[in-house]
Ligand binder design. Sequence first.
Ligand SMILES: C=CC1=C(C)c2cc3[nH]c(cc4nc(cc5[nH]c(cc1n2)c(C)c5CCC(=O)O)C(CCC(=O)O)=C4C)c(C)c3C=C
Ligand SMILES: [Fe+2]
Length: 428
Amino acid sequence: MSKKEYFIEEESLSVKKVSRRDMLKTAGVGGVGILIGASGIGSMLSITEGKASSAKDVVSFYGKHQSGITTKPQNHVYFAALDVTTSSKDDLISLFKEWTYAAASMSEGKPIGELTSNEFLPPKDTGEAEGLSASNLTITFGVGPSLFVKDNQDRFGLKLKQPKELVDLPAFSLDALEEEWTGGDLCIQACADDMQVAFHAVRNLIRIARGKAVLRWAQPGFQRTKQADAKEGTPRNLFGFKDGTVNPDVKSEKQMNEHVWVQPGDGPNWLQNGSYLVVRRIQMFIEVWDRTNLKEQENTFGRYRDTGAPFGQKNEFDKLDIHHKQPNGEDTIPVDSHVRLSHGDGSQQILRRGYSYSNGMDLKTGSFDAGLLFLSFQRSPSKQFIPIQKRLSSMDKLNEYISHRGSALFACLPGTKNGGFIGETLFT
Ligand SMILES: C=CC1=C(C)c2cc3[nH]c(cc4nc(cc5[nH]c(cc1n2)c(C)c5CCC(=O)O)C(CCC(=O)O)=C4C)c(C)c3C=C
Ligand SMILES: [Fe+2]
């Protein structure tokens, strides 16, 4: 075999088909071409091997919409809210450009930047995802109300672009919000089927932001893994109930346009094809729940724990009939149950994409600090999340067992094409 046959044009490697380990073996000399030495055949074989395994677990970063919204929920999330420290709009633009490049690379299972063997410089990529597949990594970026105006200051000349919908959520009764889990100028939602891949993504993006933005708060989250549930049924939350049964259909463009994507005429053009993300860090008092009898638990949700079916029905996906009465005249679905109140008249729908969390022990109480990192995407917080949460906060039976400790609202930017950058519609 001639040397030429070992010479691989980097562009010709379909990134979908090359695992991070393969890239590390082959990349690193300027991005044009790579000469593989004596071990070349082995490396080329690795590339071939990588084809089948990693192609399945790559979610494209580019597109009309950002990934991580209608993407089938991965096993893990690492969510981060950031504060911007620079006062320069140019810095912000370059941050989003660098983030776009890095996020696109990592989504393909590639490390960030060229690999260098210069031992006098810190490596560009932190390295803990070396050898790992892309793991369906998605990275979703959002901007919070405080990026536009903070302490009455128009920080980046963006005030006129602030959507009416992008304002702090109202205080709901029973809110017990803590500053340390609330707000943020920017957010990054990294979801992946491997926690190390998700963490690596956020870590490297925060690292890139040095001098421009800092971490404000962060929360990892999990679901049952797909390995543990081969049928990939609806995951159960930490109260043991199937959670995520009723959601708009992500495969229906009509439903997504109606409930999730910001439409022309909804507000400023820059957010068209984007969405609003509501984040609530909700502590769940699992010890109290575990002392509650099954009937009471089921009455709290209005669904059976075993099947996930609504009261009066047999199967998980059977229709919720809020008008149904028992022979004694009582409502089959209790009026203060979570599904009854969250469903309302069925006109407000949100795309829920939450994850359980467990942060060790609550030092104040000695109980688990565990709960739900509630994440929902919607086209209009004022017409969707807010009315639902108003009903829930006023009389949801679930309130006896939960406490909202953190909250934030972000506008998730539209997607971009290869060559463009996330935020281009807002900043330019
Ligand atoms: C304001 C929005 C919502 C918050 C906050 C919320 C918190 C929360 N939910 C559960 C568990 C379940 N929720 C379920 C259904 C459900 N929840 C919301 C909204 C909020 N939940 C909606 C819109 C729905 C669907 C209503 C419908 O139309 O039927 C269910 C039932 C199964 C399902 O459909 O997913 C469970 C279980 C917890 C534990 C929680 C806070 C910790
Ligand atoms: Fe709910």
